[in-house]
Design a protein. Structure first.
Length: 353
């Protein structure tokens, strides 16, 4: 009897060493062995998730304190972004049963931080950041380049979202260059952003969708310039002053792509339209300082000479032509200009690292 029990237990452990295949024929005295097998399998599954990416708290870290700190310390000149992004993500993650998926639409000119903020979000919500299997980045120009293939793209996009959320309900989707998507393609994902509790047995309400777009950039720039002309501090600009203009610009886009006449807008499924403001020279100078530190040209910020920052600023362009208030490319070209200036600056031996 004892030998038979040991044999059955060893078979059970062997079966349970293969995830998803823990089973045994149970009868009579072997009922206790089956219960032990269940415990072994559960423990094995938990053990595996220490090393293999799983949809649990080990890999989805939801570091809201880190998110707040990074937005305040690393993102320059975007008080509306800091407040709105943090508030919505906190609210979404602090409930296990949100009413719908969180959908944030980032708008603004190039180089003002849309991709940068997406990366900060991913790094603080997922242990592996943008490399997490639960973070999905899609580029419109790369994945959906042909206007004539929209029916095929729709089926592909549906399958992609359904497959990823089925694997993990706390998935993050980042759509870059939304303004370049083929017309009405985004409408296919409307059901997944709506208030349905389940679709096909899957809960999509815990997912987060980020849409990144240049749409509305000109409107945001004009509002910011008029705000500056009126002598008002940048930080006094409120979301309500800008959001409606962004929504109108998105739905009436001249290129008829992206959000043009999109049901996502008309049915109010986008949680917030978040404006990224054009950056002033003081913000560009901070980006230059960060770049010099990140590239290891300097070990400490206080050692960076101001005349060096001035040299790099001169390599960048600003608008309007007369006032020269805002950066034409945000901080996008800062990295390459740092390398350009540093080559001569180091050669002149004026730099002490």
């Amino acid at each position: 009897m004892r030998a038979a029990t040991y044999f059955s237990l060893s078979v059970l452990i062997l079966h349970c060493s293969i995830p998803g295949s823990c089973f045994i024929q149970v009868s009579g005295i072997y009922a206790g062995v089956a219960a032990l097998g269940s415990i072994i399998y559960t423990g094995f599954d938990s053990f595996v998730c220490h090393f293999k990416t799983c949809c649990d708290d080990r890999w989805i870290i939801k570091n809201l304190t880190g998110l707040e700190a990074d937005l305040q310390r690393k993102l320059h000149g975007q008080h509306l972004v800091q407040k709105t992004v943090l508030g919505h993500i906190k609210g979404h993650l602090r409930t296990n049963n949100p009413s719908k998926a969180l959908v944030l639409s980032f708008h603004g000119p190039t180089g003002v931080g849309k991709n940068f903020v997406s990366r900060i979000i991913a790094e603080n919500l997922y242990r592996e950041g943008l490399h997490s299997k639960f973070v999905h980045l899609i580029s419109a120009t790369k994945e959906f380049p042909h206007e004539g293939m929209v029916p095929f793209y729709k089926e592909r996009l549906k399958a992609w979202i359904e497959g990823n959320v089925t694997e993990c309900e706390r998935s993050l989707f980042i759509f870059d260059e939304v303004d370049k998507l083929p017309t009405l393609l985004l409408d296919v994902i409307k059901p997944y952003l709506d208030y349905y509790e389940h679709l096909g047995g899957v809960n999509y309400r815990r997912a987060i969708f980020l849409f990144l777009s240049n749409t509305g950039g000109a409107d945001i720039g004009q509002i910011m310039f008029e705000h500056w002309q009126a002598g008002k501090r940048r930080e006094t600009l409120e979301l309500s002053h800008v959001e409606n203009n962004i929504m109108k610009a998105a739905i009436n886009a001249d290129n008829h792509n992206g959000f043009w006449h999109s049901q996502l807008i008309s049915t109010h499924l986008i949680t917030a339209y978040i404006p990224f403001l054009p950056l002033g020279k003081e913000h560009v100078r901070k980006c230059i300082r960060d770049g010099l530190l990140n590239k290891n040209y300097f070990k400490e910020a206080w050692k960076i000479p101001q005349d060096l920052i001035d040299l790099i600023v001169k390599e960048l362009t600003f608008f309007p032509a007369v006032e020269q208030v805002f950066s034409s490319t945000g901080c996008k070209r800062v990295s390459e200009k740092i390398d350009l200036v540093m080559a001569d600056y180091k050669y002149s031996k004026r730099l002490e690292l």
